[in-house]
Design a protein around this ligand. Structure first.
Ligand code: ADP
Ligand code: TRP
Length: 324
């Protein structure tokens, strides 16, 4: 049995790209019998950019509700907020003292962020150490992440090895990254990769009217209604085909090819598909967002378990470093 652990940023409300590209595949991984899984919301990390507590809390709730709505089973997965296990901050300090400064200075995500952001704070710089603590605090063995996080995982492995080497004992578990090569890239309303930062996303949890408006922003060309259309170059069709069954997609394709079928019609079909296919998820999400106490209870369950494990690992580290 391997311990699979991963963190998700709470930087906004999850969109269709996050759901199909990250949430659904991760939940599938938690369902594999042989794995024990830990999934947490990295809200301490999001403090590097989001300073409003109210905004952050709102994002945390939305992220948690989305994972639960898509079927994350809290009886099989330890699901928790990073900030509720303060031991992670203490471990971050210890690990910082075993982290060579140039390793952080050369991290490309820091370089990217310091070029892009106006608030270049020390939290952005030490971000990878907190991430290492997230993993090492729970003896995480397999860490599924996107390619952009690979360097952070390498840093985690280096910090853990350097720590073990310096204290002369294999006290920290060295994790292995798992990068899925075949991740689907979900296109956004403008055909580019769907992303919060491009503001081209579909939010499937919106109430029906607002969702309709959201879908109407999908960019299409100006082929007249009567003319046949090429489904493969159409953003509506691309999104539809990632959600619909083979049969539903084929039926829509025929309508494109047949003519007398406008993009407005296609958008209506996409709306219908989302409402039908994600009916339960939308209901569960809305229910949880309206009942924050239920969300809180579910998260607290994971936090009790996570904290127990964290205390054990941190105790080992404190002991070894002579802080008992
Ligand atoms: P965003 O680009 O909207 O800020 P994040 O970078 O927070 O999204 O991504 C969170 C997770 O969702 C990551 O695992 C990322 O790989 C996945 N993800 C984001 N956008 C897409 C997309 N368009 N297609 C597939 N996966 C995506
Ligand atoms: N940095 C990750 C991201 O932006 C989120 C994250 C924080 C994480 N801590 C982690 C991922 C630990 C895996 C393991 O996506």
């Amino acid at each position: 049995m391997a311990r699979v652990l991963t963190g998700i940023q709470s930087s906004g409300k999850p969109h269709l790209g996050n759901i199909l590209g990250a949430i659904v595949p991760a939940i599938a991984l938690t369902k594999q019998e042989q794995n024990e899984s830990f999934i947490f919301i990295a809200d301490f990390h999001s403090l590097t950019t989001i300073k409003s507590g109210k905004e952050r809390e709102e994002h945390v709730r939305a992220v948690a509700a989305a994972w639960l709505a898509f079927g994350l089973d809290i009886n099989r997965t330890v699901f928790y907020r990073q900030s509720r296990i303060p031991e992670v901050a203490e471990l971050t300090w210890y690990l910082s003292c075993f982290t060579p400064f140039p390793m952080l200075a050369n991290a490309h995500s820091f370089k990217d962020k310091s070029d892009r952001l106006s608030d270049v704070n020390a939290g952005l710089f030490t971000y990878p150490v907190l991430m290492a603590a997230d993993i090492l605090l729970y003896d995480g063995e397999i860490v599924p992440v996107g390619k952009d996080q690979l360097q952070h995982l390498e840093i985690t492995r280096d910090i853990a090895s350097s720590f073990n080497h310096k204290i002369g004992e294999d006290l920290l578990t060295i994790p292995t990254p798992r990068i899925s090569e075949d991740v689907m890239i979900i296109p956004g309303t403008d055909g580019n990769k769907m992303s919060k930062s491009y503001n081209n996303y579909i939010d499937i949890f919106l109430p029906e009217k607002a969702l309709k408006k959201n879908i109407n922003t999908i960019v299409t060309d100006s082929t007249p209604l009567e003319e046949p259309k090429d489904p493969y170059s159409c953003n509506v069709f691309k999104i539809f085909s990632l959600i619909g069954s083979k049969e539903e997609t084929e039926a829509l394709k025929q309508k494109y090819l047949g003519g007398n079928f406008g993009y407005g019609h296609a958008k209506k079909e996409l709306l219908g598909l989302i409402l039908e296919k994600y009916r339960m998820e939308r209901e569960t999400y809305a229910h949880l967002m309206e009942h924050p106490k239920k969300l809180e209870d579910r998260l607290e369950k994971g936090e009790t378990k996570a904290r127990e494990i964290a205390k054990g690992v941190l105790g080992r580290v404190r002991n070894k470093l002579g802080f008992c």
